[in-house]
Ligand binder design. Structure first.
Ligand code: PLP
Length: 371
């Protein structure tokens, strides 16, 4: 029913019916809008926060997320690649959409046809854009210390007089470590960039940058992960509202009738009388294998530990403490009690990777906002 997008004829990802899914992913669009308002409120008068919706809004569905953020007041949007911009344009007819990776050679017409604005990252991109599309809006990225994307400070100095970007941006390498000395070095370098281009909106702060102090805010914030509930100030209480909930279906509950082990590699020893619930999701659904024997969830109000390795399609939990546990029940692995940051810690990664790994086999429910 939802398989074909009528206006293009392209096949859209098939929607999994809830009854047939191994997991239910619930995305709270209202919480995303609240998170944007919280960040935007930190910017102060005359300034605002944009919204970074690259990688399908960090895996949560850009087509659902972006219109809600536009309605909340986000003035413009950032994606990574032109194709993401084309798909976003279908749901955001009017807002400026910036493409962080810039125009790959030959994709300039794609930008023009969809009114996408490139972030120009090299002198070559600047030369091509100014020659081929004079007067067509663009942003400019200057590298102030990350050594990743953008014009070097020297390249910028040489070109600055010819440039008239809508936005001039740079990206912080260590914004989630407030005491890192690179933050101040990047801020000072970026201040000199913004002074050369006073007409452009200056943008430095990602999510964490919104919490580094007033002199990091400039004109426009570029939050991503905090919109989706990730903690922008690791080590401190998370000011953001949780956005995702993930419930996994129990397929079977095993009463252990003699001591043994659980799962591949027999990595978890288990004694007689304990009970193991096997749920219908695994690393193929983005539940990283590294959280085997380390992750956890909740069955009702009771915390249940993951035991054994994470398999491709299955994960095992010790549910001995929940006498009533039975096939068909759901174990929640992401919610307000166990957040994407908690899961990231258990898996030895960051919440960005947890979100962008969330699999395509879950049934997805978008609630709140304008859903
Ligand atoms: C991804 C990205 C952001 C958003 O970063 P978060 O840490 O998710 O807030 C901002 N700017 C650039 C250039 C990015 O690549």
């Amino acid at each position: 029913m939802n398989d074909v997008t009528p206006h293009t004829g392209q096949t859209a990802p098939r929607r999994t019916p809830e009854a047939a899914a191994g997991g239910l992913l619930t995305v709270d669009l209202g919480a995303i809008a609240d998170n944007w308002r919280l960040l935007n409120g930190r910017m102060g008068k005359g300034r605002s926060s944009a919204a970074v919706v690259k990688a399908d809004a960090y895996g949560l569905g850009a087509d659902r997320v972006a219109p809600v953020l536009a309605k909340a007041g986000a003035p413009c949007f950032f994606v990574a690649l032109p194709d993401e911009g084309v798909r976003l344009r279908a749901v955001l007819p009017k807002h400026p959409i910036y493409v962080l990776s810039g125009p790959l050679p030959g994709t300039e017409p794609m930008f023009y046809a969809n009114a996408l604005r490139p972030v120009l990252n090299s002198p070559e991109q600047v030369a091509i854009w100014l020659a081929q599309w004079p007067g067509v809006p663009y942003a400019l990225q200057v590298d102030t210390g990350m050594n990743r994307l953008g014009l070097t400070m020297t390249e910028f100095e040489a070109l600055a007089d010819r440039l008239d970007p809508k936005i001039v941006l740079s990206h912080l390498a260590c914004a989630d470590e407030p005491d890192h000395p690179l933050n101040a070095r990047q801020r000072v370098a970026f201040q000199s960039v913004r002074d050369r281009l006073p007409k452009a909106k200056a943008s430095l702060a990602n999510s964490s940058g919104h919490f580094l102090g007033a002199d990091y805010l400039f004109d426009l914030g570029r939050p991503g992960v905090a919109l989706y509930g990730g903690n922008p100030a690791p080590g401190k209480p998370n000011p953001m509202h949780p956005v995702v909930r993930l419930d996994l279906r129990i397929l079977q509950v095993r009463q252990i009738d003699s001591a043994g082990s659980v799962g591949y590699g027999a990595t978890h020893s288990i004694s007689e009388g304990r009970r193991v619930a096997t749920v219908a999701a695994g690393y193929a659904d983005g539940l990283l294998r590294s959280m085997g024997n380390a992750g956890s969830g909740h069955l009702g109000d009771i915390r249940v530990p993951m035991v054994g390795r994470v398999s491709m399609d299955l994960i095992t939990f010790d549910v001995t403490d929940v006498a009533a546990a039975k096939a068909g029940d759901m174990i929640s692995v992401l919610d307000h009690r166990h957040t994407i940051d908690d899961m990231a810690t258990e898996a030895g990664t960051i919440p960005y990777e947890i979100l962008t790994s969330l699999g395509q086999r879950y049934a997805r429910r978008h609630v709140g906002g304008a859903a």
